[in-house]
Design a protein around this ligand. Structure first.
Ligand code: HEM
Ligand SMILES: *[C@@H]1O[C@H](CO)[C@@H](O)[C@H](O)[C@H]1NC(C)=O
Ligand SMILES: *[C@@H]1O[C@H](CO)[C@@H](O)[C@H](O)[C@H]1NC(C)=O
Ligand SMILES: *[C@@H]1O[C@H](CO)[C@@H](O)[C@H](O)[C@H]1NC(C)=O
Ligand SMILES: *[C@@H]1O[C@H](CO)[C@@H](O)[C@H](O)[C@H]1NC(C)=O
Length: 269
């Protein structure tokens, strides 16, 4: 009896892994009551059940655990974004949880000149959902080869910003947005490619943006290198340099209380 049961469960386990889910976190499209955000990273975590599939009521440590388990992504790369995420929430029940819907609050983390979403603009633009027309710039980047890299990511950032400057009179384009956008480029190159080179197969990146799915069936595996601010730094340095960025709008300077100093490394994400 016992060997039979063992082989029965072994057969289930091996057939499951032979199909598509070695990580035991299957992809399920969100239902009508589930919340999603403008962030393909967090949406993917929810679609695979690393975050609640409802997209609701999770904490910063929940995000950190999910990012590590799903992407081998270290907390230091996303902690500031996560803290800003809490500020977008309007919940009195718990000041320590957040949900995906409110993350679309314009100019908190959500910003103009995105890779796959329209600008908020005058409030009529859909800044939440994936848009293939917007994504075409990235989809068609680095022609002639089957991978994206820091140079192509830089060119995409340049082109998306130029489009927003040309079409959105309300564009917000300060150092803050530039830091966020460069981090987002570093993240898709590292998670879906080699975190040490920033070279990422186009197919993996496109499935991530279009379907908010881990491209496991297509051959992607979780990076074996832990992605940290240190591994992102050389990739983002190229992205920043080659995107020829300049601020076109400004925000007021942070004024420090006397005697306080700013930890620049932390401020720069
Ligand atoms: C878990 C790892 C994460 C990954 C892989 C990731 C990845 C990305 C990427 C690639 C984008 C760019 C989307 C685009 O330009 O179309 C993005 C945007 C965004 N992310 Fe994340 N992110 C992560 C964590 C977070 C966290 C912790 C927050 C805040 C709680 C956050 C909030 C956002 C928001 C609000 C946007 C929209 C920005 C925009 O307007 O384009 N993300 N993220
Ligand atoms: C999230 O928390 C809010 C406020 O407590 C509650 O109304 C809602 O039902 C919760 N959502 C889920 C999916 O548990
Ligand atoms: C997608 O974006 C394009 C370019 O901004 C816009 O013209 C189009 O209406 C958008 N599509 C949807 C379904 O929002
Ligand atoms: C990215 O790929 C393109 C096309 O092969 C190449 O010209 C460029 O030098 C690469 N950039 C980096 C940073 O490797
Ligand atoms: C950035 O500027 C350099 C020097 O003018 C130019 O060669 C390069 O093509 C520009 N990059 C982008 C993405 O426009």
């Amino acid at each position: 009896m016992k060997p039979l049961i063992v082989s029965f469960f072994a057969a289930i386990a091996s057939s499951a892994s032979a199909y598509s889910d070695p990580y035991n976190h299957i992809w399920i499209a969100p239902g009508p009551d589930d919340q999603r955000s403008p962030c393909p990273g967090l949406n993917t975590l929810a679609n695979h059940g690393y975050l609640p599939r409802s997209g609701q009521n999770f904490t910063i440590p929940d995000i950190m655990d999910a990012a590590l388990e799903a992407f081998n992504l270290n907390w230091d790369t996303i902690l500031i974004a996560a803290k800003f995420g809490l500020l977008t929430q309007n919940n009195v029940e718990s000041e320590l949880t957040m949900s995906l819907g409110p993350l679309s609050l314009h100019n908190a983390v959500e910003h103009d000149a995105s890779l796959s979403r329209n600008d908020f603009g005058d409030g009529t633009g859909d800044n939440v959902h994936f848009n293939e027309t917007v994504f075409a710039t990235l989809a068609n980047a680095n022609p002639g080869v089957d991978f994206y890299n820091a140079s192509s990511a830089a060119a995409v950032q340049f082109a998306r910003l130029a489009d927003s400057i040309a079409t959105n009179p309300r564009i917000v384009n300060t150092q803050k947005e530039f830091v966020l956008r460069s981090r987002e480029s570093g993240l898709y190159l590292s998670i879906f490619g080699n975190p040490l080179t920033g070279i990422a197969p186009k197919n993996f990146v496109q499935i991530f943006f279009r379907e908010e799915r881990l491209p496991i069936e297509e051959g992607w595996t979780k990076p074996t290198t832990l992605i940290t601010s240190d591994t992102l730094a050389p990739i983002e340095t190229i992205v920043r340099a080659e995107s020829n960025w300049t601020a076109t709008t400004t925000c007021g300077p942070l004024v420090l209380a006397p005697g306080l100093t700013v930890n620049q490394a932390k401020l720069a994400l």
